[in-house]
Design a protein around this ligand. Structure first.
Ligand code: ADP
Length: 446
């Protein structure tokens, strides 16, 4: 089977690399640092030896050539260090070692000897540590090396084990999600994943469950669409068919009033087909919008003028509350006329005589964006809370009986929602059975 890097492996590899890096870095840094510290110390020690000599001899180098350094006293030292003391005015005062003092002065490491703030000589050495010091240094560095290697290796191993456990802990919930996501991708939209935590994985799980639910709903709506369309077509078509059969059987001239119901049904059918066409365009995001800055109050007034005769006849009051300054939104006036017409015609349809329809225009913020909000409220029958989530679905009617013959096909609100959303707006509803309903359309400010 081909090896694939999963998140757990990547996390573990990153941690292993980090531990290795820190171990080697720590090892290299401590070794280098200690070597430098030793070197400084041995240089200081040798310099102090000469300083002490200078002071002991009454601030003079007299007899310094016979000073004995620790190495020189060691019998059989095959590689004694080379050290030269040079007076401030020049001239070698002391030399120990093998080889040429001048070469040492040219290449060796200088260290000034200062007494009471005055440079009284300069030391040159090929190395500062005596053989004994060197052995001590090697011994300490060796033991440090072992322990400074052992400690990070042990902590590194513990860190790796911990990392291994942690990565498994982190990726286990994700691994549990994968088969469920695959199920959803393969079309099993009933799949739901139990949410066991409130962390990021819990949130992802919740979002996935919501997504599966939405997909399931969309799938159901799609399946129902054909059935709904067939159902909606059946009644007007059978009415037309019956009437035409009666006309044929009568065999007489057809008076115009006999054709009227047929004409009505044809008009209904044409409207249904047209509404469905608009809806499908909007749902596919292909609705053409001829946007222009539109005075929303003027647009609503034109619709109210159209509905006025029916409102007067049923003694329904229409109350308008507009801001002093005209509010414009960048919308397609024809599409928005249809939206507000659908909402107002519903308000009229479901409000009894003597009721009131209120139209309010405001500007404000919705979802942190400046919007023009049009609220259409009625004192009608209202809608039960459990119906509200489905109100904007196509062919949804609260009561099937108060549907077709009161004029509605359950498409008005679906069209309103799609048109408003095509403009980048939102539509919301609040309602209480017996008190009335309130629809609010929020449109982005022009
Ligand atoms: P219809 O064309 O059947 O009215 P809509 O999509 O416009 O379809 O409305 C869907 C359903 O919502 C309607 O059947 C009606 O029951 C309910 N409804 C819409 N507006 C109102 C309202 N203002 N008051 C009460 N019920 C309403």
């Amino acid at each position: 089977m081909k090896w694939r890097w999963c998140i757990g492996d990547k996390l573990f590899a990153a941690m292993a690399f980090l531990v290795l890096f820190v171990t080697l870095g720590y090892y290299g840094a401590t070794q280098g640092y200690l070597k430098n510290r030793f070197n400084d110390y041995f240089q200081q020690k040798t310099t102090q030896r000469f300083e002490a000599y200078y002071k002991e001899h009454g601030d003079s180098w007299e007899g310094v050539e016979s000073l004995t350094l620790p190495d020189e006293s060691e019998p059989g030292n095959s590689d004694p260090r080379n050290i030269a003391l040079v007076a401030p005015v020049g001239g070698v005062l002391f030399y120990t070692g093998t080889g040429d003092p001048d070469a040492l002065i040219r290449q060796g490491k200088p260290s000034a000897i200062e007494v009471d703030g005055k440079t009284v000589g300069t030391l040159y050495a090929d190395r500062w540590e005596s053989d004994e010091d060197g052995r001590l240094k090697d011994h300490i560095l060796d033991s440090m090396r072992t322990s400074s290697f052992r400690v990070p290796v042990v902590t590194g191993l513990v860190a790796l084990l911990l990392g291994f456990w942690l990565t498994r802990l982190l990726t286990r919930p994700l691994n549990r999600l994968v088969p469920a996501i695959q199920n959803i991708a393969e079309g099993d939209l009933h799949t739901r994943i139990p949410v066991t935590t409130s962390d990021e994985v819990g949130k992802v799980t919740e979002a996935l469950n919501r997504m599966a639910q939405q997909l399931q709903r969309a799938e159901q709506v799609r399946k129902h669409l054909t059935a709904d369309v067939a159902h909606e077509l059946r009644t007007p078509l059978s009415t037309i068919q019956c009437r035409l059969e009666m006309i044929q059987e009568g065999g007489r001239d057809v008076p115009p009033e006999t054709l009227l119901p047929i004409h009505d049904e044809v008009i209904r059918l044409t409207k249904l087909v047209d509404d469905l066409h608009q809806l499908s365009l909007a749902e596919a995001g292909q609705l053409r919008l001829d946007r222009s800055p539109t005075d929303i109050a003027a647009l609503l007034d034109r619709i109210v003028d159209m509905l006025r005769p029916e409102a007067d006849e049923r003694r329904i009051g229409i109350v308008r509350s507009y801001p002093a300054r005209p509010l414009t939104a960048l919308v397609d006036p024809n599409r928005m006329t249809q939206v507000f017409y659908n909402l107002l015609i519903n308000a009229m349809r479901y409000t009894p005589s003597e009721g009131t329809i209120s139209i309010r225009i405001e500007d404000g913020f919705y979802h942190e964006m400046r919007h023009v909000t049009v609220t259409i409220a009625d004192t009608g029958v209202g809608i039960a809370a459990e119906q509200l989530p489905f109100l904007f679905d196509r062919f949804y009617r609260v009561e099937q009986s108060r549907s077709r013959h009161s004029g509605g096909m359950g498409l008005g609100l679906a069209i309103a929602k799609e048109f408003v959303e095509a403009h980048g707006g939102y539509i919301t509803v609040k309602s209480e059975v017996g008190s009335g309903s309130e629809f609010a359309v929020h449109l982005p400010f022009a």
